[in-house]
Design a protein around this ligand. Structure first.
Ligand SMILES: *Cc1c(COP(=O)(O)O)cnc(C)c1O
Length: 393
């Protein structure tokens, strides 16, 4: 057999050939539809943070390879942030590692911490890179499905316990959760922490939406629970919190031995990234509390606008307690297949959304759900709502 007769993409990645985002964003362009598919803001973050990046560039800070673990200013700022908000103490030199966004942190954690055949229990629907990174690391994913219950998607703790086997190496958590907007409660996290201690599991927790929790929901890092500090890798990112998703500045905080392990994988992925932006994010993390409050209030108002509009247009709405996204149920509109619905929506209504089924192994469990992003200008959301109502009516 010649080398070109074999498929180029290897078996580990064959199922991850193309992402839905490419298809849907292309549809948005050809139809002129409003793209509420992919989760990125349509306005940039704070001017002073952008200026801080310009200053770093001009002053020649970060234009050459920064230190492997990240610039000291940013590692100190991350440690100060975890201390101030959550009372978690991390040594900036041994317990903080800067990454090329949360995306690289996720990849480096899984590549470093898994042996081939290790099982990873993760909440389904998943953020789309989890399944691919578990596969690249040779691990086996074991989904625990979040199910609709009283207007939100909830975790069944018994199902989680049953998913853990002798082959389970780690729990991969995400709270606030993309795409459902679920924020795990203190009680749920306490139970998950107990399970992790009892079964001696590592926990990797993706907390990139830590600053986007609404109403009376509260973000509690699982690293704060008894027995968790030494077994948890917490992932953060500047992209979502400061509305600079193109900068790709992320980080992990963990005990020294875990940071050392993850750094071993990270150094052969990007080695380092985003030099000048690291300095700017160090300043951003030190912004006064008023920034974080105003950002959250603004995003909550956008959530309310889009959630109310979608309900008026006839969707079943699961009101998110956090993140950039609202997950809807299309069955009240007379549809049941989110894929077909999202492929037709740009032409029919001039709006792009994402079928949640792509984030599931149990596709049927996600079939009737469709995700809309609300991290867009108010006028854009208003126009999207107007279009959806018109097409429904
Ligand atoms: C956006 C997102 C990421 C990726 O973050 P970057 O810092 O842009 O790499 C990771 N996890 C979740 C849940 C996200 O929504």
């Amino acid at each position: 057999m010649t080398s070109t007769a074999r498929p180029f993409l290897n078996r580990r990645l064959a199922e991850f050939g193309t992402t839905i985002f490419a298809e849907m964003s292309a549809l948005a362009v050809t139809t002129g539809a409003i793209n509420l598919g992919q989760g990125f803001p349509d306005t940039d973050g704070p001017e002073e943070v952008r200026e801080a990046a310009v200053r770093a560039l001009r002053d020649g800070r970060g234009n050459q390879y920064p230190p492997g673990p990240g610039v000291p200013e940013l590692r100190a700022a991350v440690a100060a942030h975890q201390q101030r908000r959550y009372g978690l103490s991390f040594d900036p030199d041994t317990e903080v590692l800067v990454t090329a966004g949360a995306t690289e942190a996720i990849a480096a954690c899984l590549l470093a911490l898994l042996e081939p055949g290790d099982e990873v229990v993760a909440l389904e629907p998943y953020y789309d890179s989890y399944a691919a990174c578990i596969a690249m690391a040779g691990g086996k994913r074991v989904p625990v499905t979040l199910r609709p219950y009283e207007g939100a998607f909830r975790l069944d703790l018994d199902e989680l316990r049953d998913a853990v086997t002798d082959r389970t190496r780690l729990l991969l958590l995400n709270t606030p959760h993309n795409p459902t907007g679920t924020v795990l409660t203190r009680e749920e996290l306490a139970a998950i922490a107990e399970l992790a201690v009892e079964r001696d599991l590592l926990v990797v927790t993706d907390e990139v939406y830590e600053h986007l929790v609404f109403d009376d929901a509260e973000h509690v890092p699982i690293a704060t629970f008894p027995g968790m500090r030494e077994r948890t890798v917490t992932i953060g990112s500047a992209g979502k919190t400061f509305s600079f998703t193109g900068w790709k500045v992320g980080w992990i905080t963990a005990a020294p031995a875990l940071v050392t392990a993850v750094r071993s994988a990270k150094q052969y992925l990007t080695y380092v990234a985003s030099g000048p932006f690291q300095y700017a994010v160090a300043e951003a993390l030190a912004l006064p509390e008023t920034y974080f409050t105003a950002f959250r209030d603004d995003m909550r108002a956008k959530r309310d606008l889009l959630a109310a509009g979608l309900a008026d247009a006839g969707f079943g709405v699961h009101r998110p307690a956090g993140t950039y996204f609202v997950t809807t149920d299309i069955r009240p509109l007379g549809f049941s297949d989110g894929f077909a619905f999202c492929r037709a929506l740009p032409e029919r209504a001039g709006v792009v959304a994402i079928p949640n089924a792509v984030f599931y192994d149990h596709r049927e469990a996600g079939a009737p759900f469709v995700r809309f992003a609300f991290c867009k200008r108010t006028a854009v959301l208003e126009e999207a709502v107007r279009r959806l109502k018109t097409s429904a009516g």
